[in-house]
Ligand binder design. Structure first.
Ligand code: ADP
Length: 643
């Protein structure tokens, strides 16, 4: 008897590609009679116009995607109209005789699967063939899709049959169990096929948490894999909360007290830095809260993109306190705490140019400054360092970003054998690790017990200053350029006061932090470089263009030769990363500079700023200013942050 359930919706003779469940099984194509019902898609042998044995069945509920596939090159005419069915446990390719038939099948399938709970929102446009997807080269058949499945993402499109993925966590929870939920605190790019991408602020289901460093998670699309534990923050549901996930920005009573916990709180950073960070974000309503220049007060800075300036305008609002000790920006909306006030304005502009939409954070997971107080040991345990991604390569080899103790961001220089005089470095390393200054890149420790030796340093998320200038220079306000030079000068004044000579100061050896603070790196490191071309002033890699005349003539380094290099660095900053003396090669530079030739004034540098850099290039070292003096020269050119 035919019931509604097993009544055939569509029946047609189609070509089916072998599923290649085993790697070695050959590619073959067979004609099968496909039958679609409310509950299943089955296919049968078909011979001499007779339906034969059933050869396969897919449960409708298990289907996660039905969509076309791109035709491969050199495909015979009878296989020009393929579609794919992605289901739990497999991937099936079917070929219809013509386009009409393909549309008919896909529409019918979409109608039947529309209420399935685990529909994909990404799929593969290409075939899985000879062990990989032709669209993205992923080699795992279950690899997450690489193309957005429009049917899913545009429910108002031509075929609106497919319902979007459930956004309510409860639904997936019912589907499959998990230990707990977590929010990604950072983005994470997976390295292998099986890993999951982490997207900051998105939610993940934790499936395994035994390993202290790597947790197995499932994302909302159902992809599973291992991710660094340190990139996740557990979500704690307070009892009585409805199934809704806790939002990172939600204010709970315990958190209210401490403003420093919030992503949007950036501490004391200059107005110019704030402006740059917000413009870099470039989104309407990008905001942050910082300490005002009045002690104990706060300023809310927000970007508005509606004005005439394409880069947006930054507005600064002071947080006022009324007689009842309540906080407000606009008179009528008063709150008992700053987080409550911010939370309110995240949803209501109420007198501001825009509501506070995107918190711009400068938070980084730095090793707390207390972690290394006391005397050594500076030797870190290699096992405690997880290397996560390559971020550059330098004189000594590859530099990787990593996590120390599963928590703290670190940069790890892996010393290529033969590139460094290691014994000498290790003897001196302790001195360098004791040089602590907020504008020096902190050296946390070393791993010297095995090769390659690691130098573990503070991780600077915005990379090297030279690249930053080239990439973002155009967005920078001249005040910001002064600020960058000032930071470097602070670090150098500190080194100067410790009679420590840098020897290789240049924009390429400074790094940019999350809040755009510039820090000086690689101080004193050239002393350990074993590459003669770099060390000897006759060598082709020697940084002649940063070198004072007494350096390229007599290799006489001093804090005053660092001052010369600082002048060149200022020039790099104000030209947004140009190569100094770009028309000349090293020998010509030596010749020219020895005869009194100097770099020209960059367009962005005022006459006064040019005078400061120019003073660094006095032929006689003693007549150059000290860094200490340079600080007072730069100070009047910094942005006045008084309200
Ligand atoms: P070296 O001075 O040994 O030749 P660098 O220190 O210049 O090498 O490092 C090479 C690149 O690696 C830099 O340009 C930068 O992009 C990246 N890098 C180095 N150290 C860090 C760090 N502490 N934080 C972030 N990126 C870094």
């Amino acid at each position: 008897m035919e019931t509604m359930e097993n009544k055939s919706i569509l029946e047609e003779l189609l070509i089916k590609k072998s599923q290649q469940k085993k790697k070695i099984s050959p590619n073959n194509y067979k004609e099968r009679l496909f039958v679609l019902t409310k509950t299943s898609l089955s296919y049968y042998e078909y011979d001499k116009e007779k339906k034969g044995h059933r050869k396969g069945l897919i449960d409708i509920k298990k289907i996660r995607c039905a969509e076309t596939v791109n035709v491969e090159e050199h495909t015979p005419p009878e296989r020009q109209h393929p579609f794919q069915i992605v289901y739990k446990g497999g991937l099936l390719y079917v070929f219809t005789a013509d386009e009409e038939s393909r549309i008919r099948w896909l529409e019918a399938l979409h109608k039947e699967i529309k209420d399935n709970t685990e529909l994909l929102n990404k799929y593969h446009k290409g075939f899985f063939s000879s062990g990989k997807f032709l669209c993205c080269n992923q080699t795992c058949k279950a690899a997450p899709g690489c193309t957005v499945w429009e049917k899913y993402s545009s429910p108002h499109g031509a075929s609106s049959a497919v319902k979007p993925l459930p956004s309510i966590p409860g639904e997936l929870k019912r589907e499959k169990s998990f230990l707990k939920e977590a929010l990604a605190v950072y983005n994470y790019e997976p390295k292998g096929n099986s890993d999951v991408h982490l997207v900051r602020k998105k939610k993940y289901y934790v499936l395994k948490d035994e390993d202290p460093d790597w947790w197995k998670v499932r994302d909302l699309e159902g992809n599973e894999g291992f991710v660094p534990r340190a990139y996740l923050k557990e979500i704690h549901h307070t009892t009585g909360e409805s199934g809704e996930s806790s939002n990172a920005a939600n204010v709970t009573s315990e958190e209210e007290e401490n403003i420093t916990k919030y992503d949007w709180y950036v501490g004391s950073i200059s107005r110019a830095q704030v402006g740059q960070l917000l413009r870099q974000k470039g989104k309407e309503g990008a905001f942050m809260v910082r300490n005002s220049s009045h002690v104990g007060k706060y300023t809310v800075s927000v970007l508005s993109m509606t004005g005439r300036d394409k880069k947006g305008t930054v507005k600064h609002y002071h947080v006022h306190v009324n007689s009842a000790n309540q906080f407000y920006l606009a008179e009528n909306y008063c709150f008992s705490s700053v987080p409550k006030l911010i939370h309110y304005h995240q949803h209501n502009s109420a007198g501001m140019v825009t509501r506070l939409r995107h918190a711009v954070s400068t938070k980084a997971n730095k090793v707390p400054s207390t972690a290394h107080l006391g005397n050594g040991p500076w030797e870190l345990k290699r096992e405690e360092i997880a290397l996560l991604k390559e971020i550059g390569s330098g004189q000594f080899g590859v530099v990787q970003m990593g996590k120390w103790k599963g928590k703290y961001d670190v940069a790890v220089k892996m010393i290529k054998e033969g590139s460094m005089s290691e014994d000498e470095f290790i003897e001196e390393a302790e001195t360098m690790m004791r040089l602590n200054h907020p504008k020096l890149v902190k050296l946390y420790g070393v791993c010297t017990k095995a090769y390659p030796i690691y130098l573990v340093a503070e991780y600077m998320v915005n990379g090297c200053l030279l690249s930053y200038l080239k990439g973002h220079g155009k967005e920078l306000h001249p005040f910001q350029l002064v600020e960058m030079c000032f930071h470097v000068c602070e670090a150098m004044a500190f080194l100067e006061s410790h009679q420590f000579i840098h020897r290789d100061l240049a924009a390429r050896n400074c790094l940019v932090d999350a809040d755009l603070t510039i820090k000086v790196s690689d101080f004193g490191m050239t002393r350990y470089v074993l590459d003669d071309l770099y060390v000897s002033s006759l060598g082709t890699k020697f940084p002649v263009k940063w070198a004072a005349p007494e350096v390229f003539h007599y290799a006489k380094f001093s804090s005053k030769s660092d001052v010369w290099a600082f002048g060149i660095l200022m020039w790099e900053v104000f030209t947004l990363g140009k190569q100094p003396y770009n028309l000349y090669h090293n020998a010509q530079v030596i010749e020219k500079v020895s005869h009194g030739y100097r770099l020209y004034r960059p367009q962005l540098a005022s006459e006064e700023i040019y005078q400061i850099m120019y003073s660094c290039w006095h032929e006689v070292p003693e007549n150059r200013p000290t860094f200490h003096h340079l600080l007072s020269c730069l100070e009047p050119h910094r942005e006045d942050d008084k309200p």
